[in-house]
Design a protein around this ligand. Structure first.
Ligand code: N01
Length: 551
């Protein structure tokens, strides 16, 4: 089939230093750093423009849950001084504008090819190079590949029977139509109660005639207390930005959260409640920094969970609905905590219903709507806020083939294994930005992205300066890192929840805790130490060695 005229371009072929997959915040900064090293690079992305997750997640109410003064690039003083955020927590359109502002400023798009899907990448052991192919006929021989594919980019649509039979419109929050959706006067079903649902439900309920929310597991959500950005607040960062950024890089989550170094359970009840009350009033995910043991100690965690449940009961007028919305199946914070604007209050509206599907799953999509427990619910539109094949989905679907013909999908079938979340043994010269095994989704993503990009760029500079063209994680180092990651994860309450961190949202996906929970600051120091020790745990080799081996 021929491409429409505006999509036509000549395929890119030949040799290049680096192929970057993904034009989100990771791919954008990677390209900038490689240019600084004088290396040739090209970025491929399926989207029509930059922005990654902020390009796709355009659902109503989409908003970052990290403050914009912190969820932004720190590598360029001019950029961080010149960009003005309009709200404390920016919405998706503003973050996408920011990504475009950076792309303009650094003239990034001339080395990017959009509407292009990478369909395969094969490592050639004879040349130490990757052959990268796309659906637009590009075939490139790359010295290195950098996968900037994002942790939450492979949207997951459940395979309910009858999904094609529905006569209304079906949407997924992670693939929202660019022209937007007008729900005015419509009956809408929403499946899921994760972050995307919790952000979109209040906005959809404002517009739609009626909305029915299908909840399998209730989630804990904290009010964002979003507000317009004031000049004073922006100045409190901009006047001392380098120091604040440096401080954030050494925190547990890459966020300045003003952590309280006291144990919840050892704090007298009245004082403890006052701390929770103050955190609840100031809003946001930093609620979890109220005490130092909320993710380690179940008894401590219970006090925070009960505090939030009491808030839910106070906000939701119908006691039966309030009980359904109050989470009891997992410790607070062990599934990604949500941040909302009026989520619980939305259930007081007469046009909002809640259906508990914890014991009676959705049986089928029907031509009219959804069937649950033999009962049919009729809709004009269904919104699936059902999440992602997180952390591994984008990578295992890409057709990546490493040494000895091993595919990444096969290697990771029992669970993702990496060294530092940066490389995986058997796949030389392929880096991942915020891969599984790194703090990634447990952190402020831009802080972690910048750390990985800087580490990878420094590593490529190191190899080039020494005439080396191959780097690979050793199996021993990878095994030790995976063991360490598991050990640290099991000192916390996280593995007790059936979360997407554990792969539990995808039927058949192995239950392995995927992100590294040892903390952003400690992880950074470890990565720096490994680099300073000559890239300990990585095998480095040079072009002449490969040639000698081939003789
Ligand atoms: O996805 P989710 P999300 N039948 O996986 C339910 C980031 N994010 O898109 O919990 C019925 O969290 C599922 O139920 P259960 C953030 O990191 C950030 O909301 O598996 N229900 C759950 O309720 C976040 O954590 C922001 O029992 C089904 C929901 O669908 C991550 O993205 C905003 C089902 C999926 O929730 C993912 O969030 C938005 C089925 N077959 C997202 N399958 C920010 O604020 C799934 N569910 C930055």
């Amino acid at each position: 089939m021929s491409q429409p005229a505006e999509l036509q371009r000549a395929p890119v072929t030949g040799k290049i230093d680096v192929v970057i997959v993904g034009a989100g915040f990771g791919g954008m900064y990677m390209l900038h750093r490689l240019r600084g090293l004088g290396m040739s690079a090209i970025v491929f992305d399926v989207a029509t423009g930059v922005g990654g997750t902020w390009y796709w997640n355009r659902y109503p109410g989409a908003r970052c849950d990290v403050e914009s003064m912190q969820y932004s690039y720190s590598f360029d003083e001019g950029i961080q001084q010149d960009w003005q955020w309009s709200e404390v927590f920016a919405g998706q359109p503003e973050i996408l504008r920011y990504a475009n502002f950076v792309a303009d400023r650094l003239d990034l798009r001339r080395d990017m090819r959009f509407e292009t899907r990478v369909t395969g990448a094969e490592f050639d052991e004879a040349t130490n190079r990757w052959t990268v192919r796309t659906d637009r006929g590009d075939v490139l021989s790359a010295g290195f590949c950098v996968m900037a594919t994002g942790c939450l980019s492979a949207a997951r649509m459940p395979d309910f029977p009858g999904i094609d039979s529905f006569r209304g419109k079906i949407y997924h929050t992670g693939h929202w139509p660019h022209e937007g959706v007008d729900f005015t006067g419509l009956r809408v079903g929403v499946v899921g109660t994760g972050s995307s649902a919790i952000q979109s439900i209040p906005v959809i309920a404002d517009q739609a005639a009626h909305i029915t929310v299908f909840q399998r597991t209730p989630n804990f959500s904290i009010p964002s207390r979003n507000r317009p950005m004031t000049e004073d607040y922006a100045r409190s960062f901009k006047d001392v930005y380098p120091a604040r950024r440096a401080e954030a890089r050494m925190t547990r989550n890459g966020i300045l959260a003003n952590p309280n170094d006291q144990s919840a359970i050892e704090t007298p009840e009245a004082d403890r409640l006052a701390v929770y009350e103050q955190r609840w009033e100031s809003g946001g995910t930093t609620f979890m920094a109220a005490f130092n043991d909320l993710i380690f100690n179940k008894a401590s965690n219970d006090t925070a969970a009960e505090f939030v449940r009491s808030k839910i009961r106070a906000m939701v007028k119908d006691p039966a609905k309030a009980e359904l919305l109050a989470p009891t199946s997992h410790p607070i914070g062990t599934k990604r905590i949500c941040v909302d604007t009026d989520y619980y209050l939305t259930f007081n509206r007469p046009n909002v219903d809640l259906v508990d599907i914890s014991d009676t799953p959705i049986e089928a999509v029907t031509p009219l709507g959804l069937r649950v427990g033999g009962q049919e619910y009729a809709f004009d539109a269904i919104v699936f806020a059902t999440g992602f094949d997180a952390m591994t989905g984008a990578l295992t679907r890409m057709g990546i083939v490493g040494r000895d013909g091993m595919t990444l999908a096969d290697k990771w079938a029992p669970g993702a294994r990496t060294y530092l979340g940066l490389m995986t043994a058997g796949f030389p010269n392929m880096f991942m930005i915020t891969g599984p095994g790194s703090p990634s989704v447990l952190s402020n993503m831009i802080v972690s992205i910048e750390q990985h990009v800087d580490w990878i760029a420094d590593c490529l500079g190191h190899l080039r300066d020494r005439g080396l063209d191959c780097i690979e994680a050793t199996l021993d180092a990878e095994n030790a890192w995976v063991d360490h990651g598991n050990e640290v994860a099991h000192t916390t309450l996280y593995p007790s929840a059936a979360s997407w961190y554990m792969g539990a949202n995808i039927p058949g996906k192995p239950r392995v805790f995927m992100p590294y929970i040892g903390g952003v600051g400690a992880y950074r120091l470890k990565c720096d130490e490994i680099a300073a020790n000559g890239y300990e745990g990585f095998a480095l080799s040079g072009a002449d060695k490969v040639a000698a081996a081939a003789e």
